[in-house]
Design a protein around this ligand. Sequence first.
Ligand SMILES: [Cu+2]
Length: 151
Amino acid sequence: MKRRSFLGMLAAVALAPLANAAGKPTITVYKTPTCGCCHEWVAHLQKNGFEVATHDVPDTSPYRKKFGVPAALGSCHTGVIDGYALEGHVPADDIRRLLAEKPKARGLAVPGMIVGSPGMEVEGTRRDAFDVVLFDDAGSRKVWQHYPARS
Ligand SMILES: [Cu+2]
């Protein structure tokens, strides 16, 4: 076997847990059945190349607990991909960067419900400024990406 194809094979094996048969990374999302903005966030992810497996649950807080999302960073839905938690309206670009850089962390969160964040767009309305927060189990919080307000 040529060294090059062997390395290619290794890369394919390393990426396997990330991707489904179609080669798209899959995000598992826990949301309540009546959450409209959760649905819109899922649509945003799908539009941006992610496969999404949604689970309607009566309450998302047990999932936050299960996946290590602090209550203070809570929002309306909790997603999981490749061992990372995704809380709230996290933009697809930031998830892609998370999967590429693989920082030592528990996940990304956009706490609360920010007007103008992906899935929370209101036509004819501003976007509020918000931060995507990288958090870990030891209480560290870092700004992964800042989004300025937009009128
Ligand atoms: Cu929401």
